[in-house]
Design a binder for this molecule. Structure first.
Ligand code: FES
Length: 566
């Protein structure tokens, strides 16, 4: 197979001319024949003025290029789209599959022998790994790294768990307008991804465990010199992989790797979004993802990482405590240590080399876990025949077994209009229900599952209520929140049958979520239901999305991107 600049020639019907033309154009950039004869390492550039999480990408790219050239290969940087959580309308999840397609097609279209993808803000690493799994070119992933922590009035702050907590305090009248503005300047004190165990941190840890990045790559803070040394080393490794032709993602993304990633996702108190992304990645391979395996691991894998929102610390503390290798060492036989990595070592070998940090209390031993069981559980029942997720570690324990009266909101917009109405008929024991916020309903399955506590209850000191929806939730959020109800209400899921005043029973021990309304009445409601499918946009990406996006239990990828199963 041709390599380097000779790969994937433009189709003019004359290969010699295509190469001649390609070289003529690239020489306009001042490249020599020596440079152009080398193996090529492609490097994605996801820097954007709209993406502060990726603010260190230019410096990472420089370090990767240095590493590639020190190893004798040729780096070629190219742009792909970039997605930031707070700059993506209607929601970043709507654009994840577009980024995956963009990344995949640009890797396929341009000549390269290995690829370094640089990402981090929530949807970017999943999109890039989905692409890498489909292209199956030797791939090194570099997360941009977490922000360093902020401080306010002697308290350590982190985006965005504390964004939500302090905003809730502001809504409840505990923090005035002047102070909340000061807090606003202190929540994100550097470039990098949210420094709590949100989706970005979850996916960075998952990436490291899948063997797609070098050890410690998940946790090194974004501004630290160590991150750029890691980038240089990643560039060197990618150059070696360009020459040797492996390992390829297909050698790394195996059922054992997905199981290891699930153990770690549970043990870190990971974001529920990680489940959707891991499912989407696994669905790009012949193996797929099994939600029952997630629940089974949740019953045996303890939460060992003491990080917000489930615990007390932040990503930089996880890093200084030994990072993912130390966590793998503590997880011991829960991990399949034979799994290979791009580092050329197995996960077990990496765990054996983990730094032992005396006195650290961020990575707990299995004998002293934060929680004896994993962070996430899978629920089924007449409200969620295809499953739903709850992050137990971020929930209020007494609400994990709860029956309450439904207070229903039919859309995000309707909820925003009514939730703070002083006349809203709601008590702390009620169950807040949000409809039409799934993959097709919203569209894009926004992170609206963290319904705010109605202001009048917040002012009475209510901090948590049972909330259920077909939406997602930010990994930085907390509360007794049932998410990803499948099938979603907009495509006819039973969640759409809930009415104000119905009783809903949440039984996390029994792994169930049920609507306590008799079948005859549900049949009546079903029959009276109007068109259940969401509106189909006239054109463009929105139309493609609406027509082909899959449900949460399939990873919300487009149905035509999923790999054939073994
Ligand atoms: Fe980018 Fe949180 S906003 S990781």
């Amino acid at each position: 197979m041709s390599k380097g600049l000779r790969k994937g020639l433009t189709n003019y019907g004359d290969a010699g001319f295509a190469l001649f033309l390609r070289k003529a154009f690239i020489k306009a950039m001042g490249y020599s024949d020596d440079a152009l004869e080398r193996p090529i390492v492609g490097i994605t550039n996801t820097y954007s003025d709209y993406n502060p999480c990726h603010g260190n990408v230019p410096a990472i790219i420089e370090a990767v290029k240095r590493g590639v050239m020190l190893a004798g290969a040729m780096p070629m940087v190219f742009p792909t789209i970039s997605i930031h959580e707070s700059f993506a309308h209607p929601t970043s999840m709507f654009l994840r599959n577009l980024m995956a397609m963009d990344t995949e097609e640009m890797i396929r279209a341009q000549p390269m022998d290995a690829i370094v993808v640089i990402g981090g803000c929530d949807k970017t690493l999943p999109a890039q790994i989905m692409a890498a799994a489909s292209v199956n070119l030797p791939t090194v992933v570099i997360p941009v790294g977490p922000m360093v922590v902020g401080h306010h009035k002697g308290e350590v702050l982190g985006a965005c768990t504390d964004c939500r907590r302090l905003w809730s305090a502001h809504r409840a009248g505990e923090i005035d307008a002047e102070e909340i503005e000061i807090v606003n300047e202190r929540l994100a004190p550097s470039v990098g991804t949210c420094m709590v165990m949100g989706t970005a941190s979850t996916m960075a840890c998952v990436t490291e465990v899948l063997g797609l990045s070098l050890p410690m790559s998940a946790t090194i803070p974004a501004p630290h010199a160590e991150r750029f040394r890691l980038a240089e080393a990643s560039g060197k490794r990618a150059a070696e992989m360009a020459v040797s032709g492996g390992p390829r993602p297909s050698e790394l993304l195996t059922p054992a790797a997905f199981r290891n990633a699930t153990v770690v996702m549970q043990a870190i108190g990971g974001s529920t979004n990680g489940i959707i992304h891991l499912t989407a990645i696994a669905n790009r391979t012949p193996y797929g993802y099994d939600l029952d395996m997630l629940d089974e691991i949740g019953r045996i894998a303890p939460v060992l990482i003491d990080l917000k929102p489930s615990g007390a610390h932040y990503m930089e503390h996880f890093h200084h405590a030994g990072g993912v290798p130390k966590l793998l060492a503590e997880l011991g036989d829960l991990i399949d240590g034979s799994a290979p990595t791009i580092a050329g070592k197995s996960l077990g070998e990496i765990a054996a080399e983990a730094e032992i940090v005396p006195g650290q209390d961020v990575i707990r031993p299995r004998s002293n876990p934060i929680k004896a069981e994993g962070s996430m559980a899978v629920l089924y029942g007449n409200l969620a025949p295809g499953g739903a997720i709850i992050k137990r570690s971020a929930a209020t324990p007494r609400l994990l077994q709860h029956t309450g009266r439904a207070v229903v909101f039919t859309s995000v917009e309707e909820m925003a209009l009514r939730i703070d109405d002083p006349d809203l008929d709601v008590t702390a024991d009620d169950v807040l229900v949000l409809l039409n916020t799934g993959p097709k309903g919203a569209p894009g399955m926004p992170e609206a599952g963290y319904l705010p506590i109605p202001k009048k209850l917040g002012r009475q000191g209510v901090k948590d209520m049972v909330r259920i929806s077909d939406a997602r939730m930010s990994g930085t959020a907390f509360g007794t929140i049932v998410l990803h109800i499948t099938p979603e209400s907009a495509v006819g899921g039973p969640l759409g049958l809930v009415r104000d005043g119905d009783q809903i029973k949440l039984d996390v021990d029994g792994r169930s979520i049920n609507l306590l309304v008799d079948e005859a009445e549900l049949d009546r409601r079903r029959a009276a239901r109007s068109t259940v499918h969401a509106n189909l946009p006239d054109r463009g990406y929105a139309r493609l999305f609406q027509q082909t996006v899959t449900q949460a239990d399939e990873g919300c990828d487009f149905d035509f991107m999923i790999a054939k199963k073994n």
